[in-house]
Write a protein of this length. Structure first.
Length: 664
């Protein structure tokens, strides 16, 4: 028994309550301290709680800085470093709060009737640029009663996964809020959604992200604009029908704007996000990372992380722009020469740099990092990555009590004609003994343009704890291996990537410790699509769990919040232009061939892969007399496994284990 050998117990689904998540490591301008967010799952309330913590760069125990029983997030230092602004839901909706480093209680700064979703300090520290859908700075005395509960829909975008109900007609705009008194003023207006405000170094202008094209209802354009901080007509910086640009950041001298994205209409995450630079006055952007052939976004998937919003950061000397780069299952921190040239790796290794920040003089970097056996910690290093030190050991005590399986990183030959090596990870079951043959669970990631990688994954560790070997791979279509590999699945969902998955399974079986008659398969979203696809094309799997899945591409086109653009780009046309292709690539087409006992897990408020996808598959298989079960999660969205209510997250894991225990 593992317990006897190591003195450690096996991981359990409820252990998600034991794992604290840290994120958003923000180093103070003087480089002395790091503020970060610590998130815990609250079992009693079946909810999340988060607070701001501080740790000295010199070392020592982190201390809790905000103490409210609430969700505090997004800490940002004032330019002088004497206070922190942060978002908190203490008053109901997320608003900006201020807390002095000298001591005292946090004070509420904004009272918008709608949540604040993002903000940025002005360079002189007097004003915050704030993003909100509010139309006034103060809530009305009395909320108007809706006249009817009947919903009238006029837009094609009327739902968005993660937003319960239907989207309203309100638009996200930028406001300026003086931090020491004075009335907020609205900077942008009109029938546009604005985000990601970035102050020019002089404080005169604010760059932001918006789609101001006439066809914005139907396209996926995302442009860079700038506006005077006092308000007025915005001016275009990097715009156009092919723009897919985000996260602007000004050069320290204010002459150039850098941002991330690509320039292919509707391509979304099927293209590498590059780092671009354009004259601040506007013009033709130039890519600084085209030769890198990697995405400068974090593309890795996990079920154990708190979200943060890192964007590129310009070094104060103007020479470098720091950015994340997704590379072969890792997310690294690079610095890119602002004038063009060879990108330099700053924070590398088998891990994910979740977020990062720079001290005001650019000499120190703080990051949150995640590793296969450690979900998150804060580290600090010099501007070139040297002298790295770990500042927190958030979950060290807990992980000292449970046994984890160390993933082995391997390259396995595809079963396709080219036999291309596919990057994969194998986890041996806890208590592994030579000479014994174990059941294997194949995990398939979604996207399809995301990647598995060197991060802690609770679901995988749980399976290993229950005695399964676990295999996860980055087949064709995954991020992190270059543009050509990334595009392979377009118009070929299932067809292009299934041989990669099967080749990897064969190669693991050849190692001798897998029982080939006990293979399981599971995955979420596009990974659910692939789970359905796989059991429709082979009977070699003994049990399957399909999660938040896609089963019918034609109905996905019309019911998913992204169906009409994502589906169209990924499949290569509309269902009425390409009916045969939609039929051929839909797993439901192969339902009569599906024999594997299937558990269907789906959230009722999933607007990304709506529950009708699960319902169709369930009824077809039921009518076909197959072993199939359907578990529905009320009041949950597509993000159930990562951000759902804690109790549902535990139940979801229990259902997966139950199904494999019964059928595998
Ligand atoms: C990071 S790839 C996500 C692509 C796409 N989003 C927008 O265009 C998307 O949401 N795809 C889903 C079908 C999907 O497979 N989602 C995955 C990865 O986020 C999931 O695990 O939910």
């Amino acid at each position: 028994m593992a317990e006897e050998r190591t003195g450690k117990r096996r991981l359990a689904p409820e252990d998600i309550y034991e794992i604290a998540l840290v994120s958003d490591a923000q180093i103070s301008p003087d480089g002395q301290r790091v503020a970060f967010v610590r998130t815990v799952l609250d079992r009693e309330r079946n909810d999340y709680r988060s607070s701001i913590w501080l740790v000295d760069v010199a070392g020592g125990e982190p201390v809790r800085f905000t103490t409210a029983d609430a969700r505090d997030s997004f800490p940002r230092w004032s330019p002088r470093g004497d206070r922190l602004a942060f978002l908190s839901n203490r008053s109901g909706k997320d608003q900006v709060w201020l807390i002095s480093l000298g001591g005292g209680e946090a004070q509420q700064l904004t009272r918008f009737p709608e949540p604040v979703t993002h903000f940025a300090w002005s360079p002189d520290g007097t004003t915050l640029a704030v993003v909100t859908k509010a139309e006034t700075a103060e809530p009305p005395e009395k909320e108007p009663e809706p006249e009817t509960d009947v919903v009238r829909i006029t837009r094609i975008r009327y739902r968005s996964d993660g937003t319960p109900g239907f989207l309203d007609e309100k638009r996200s705009h930028i406001w300026c809020v003086p931090v020491d008194g004075g009335r907020p003023w609205q900077v942008t207006s009109g029938d546009f959604d604005e985000s990601w405000p970035a102050w020019s170094p002089s404080g005169h202008e604010i760059a932001f992200v918006s789609n101001r094209t006439p066809d914005r209802e139907y396209n996926t354009v995302s442009e860079i604009w700038a506006v005077r901080a006092s308000g007025g007509e915005p001016r275009p910086v990097a715009t156009g029908d092919a723009a897919y640009f985000f996260k602007p950041v000004w050069s320290p001298d204010g002459t150039v704007l850098a941002f991330t994205g690509h320039r292919e209409p509707f391509a979304g995450s099927s293209r590498n996000h590059q780092l671009w630079a354009v004259a601040a006055g506007g013009g033709e952007p130039a890519s600084l990372t085209s030769a890198l052939d990697r995405s400068v976004e974090d593309e890795v998937l996990t079920d154990t992380a708190a979200s943060s919003k890192p964007g590129p950061i310009w070094a104060p000397d103007g020479r470098w722009i720091y950015t994340q780069v997704s590379d072969q299952g890792n997310v690294h921190l690079y610095r890119i020469p602002a004038g063009g040239g060879e990108p330099q790796l700053v924070v590398g290794g088998r891990r994910r740099v979740v977020d990062f920040s720079l001290s005001a003089d650019g000499s120190l970097i703080a990051c949150t990092v995640s590793e296969p056996l450690n979900p998150c910690d804060v580290i600090v290093c010099s501007a070139d990555g040297s002298g790295e030190r770990r500042l927190t050991r958030v979950n060290e005590e807990f992980f000292a009590t449970v046994e984890l399986s160390e993933p082995e990183e391997v390259w396995l030959p595809s079963a396709s004609e080219d036999r291309r090596p596919i990057h994969a990870w194998i986890m041996k079951p806890i208590g592994f003994r030579e000479g014994v043959r174990y059941p294997l669970v194949l995990e398939i990631h979604g996207g399809p343009h995301a990647m598995y990688g060197n991060v802690y994954f609770h679901e995988f560790q749980l399976l290993a704890a229950q005695g399964y070997a676990v295999l996860y791979t980055n087949p064709r279509g995954s991020q992190g291996y270059g543009q050509q590999f990334l595009s392979c699945t377009r118009g070929a969902w299932g067809e292009a990537d299934m041989p990669d998955l099967m080749g990897a399974v064969d190669a693991v079986i050849e190692r001798g410790y897998i029982d080939p008659s006990r293979l399981g398969v599971t995955g979420g979203s596009y990974g659910g699509f692939m789970t359905n696809w796989v059991i429709g094309h082979t009977d070699r799997f003994k049990a399957a769990v399909t999660q938040r899945c896609v089963s019918n591409l034609a109905s996905f086109y019309g019911t998913s919040d992204i169906g009409f653009h994502f589906g169209e780009h990924e499949i290569g046309g509309t269902p009425w232009e390409q009916p045969e292709l939609y039929r051929r690539l839909s797993p439901l087409t192969y339902a009569p061939q599906m024999k594997t006992p299937l558990l269907i897990l789906h959230s009722e408020q999933d607007y990304r892969c709506p529950i009708e996808q699960a319902e169709q598959l369930y009824v077809w298989l039921k009518k076909l007399g197959r072993t199939v079960e359907f578990v529905r999660f009320p009041d949950e969205s597509h993000g159930l496994s990562r951000s759902g209510k804690p109790k549902h997250r535990v139940e979801r894991l229990q259902h997966i284990l139950r199904w494999f225990a019964e059928y595998l």
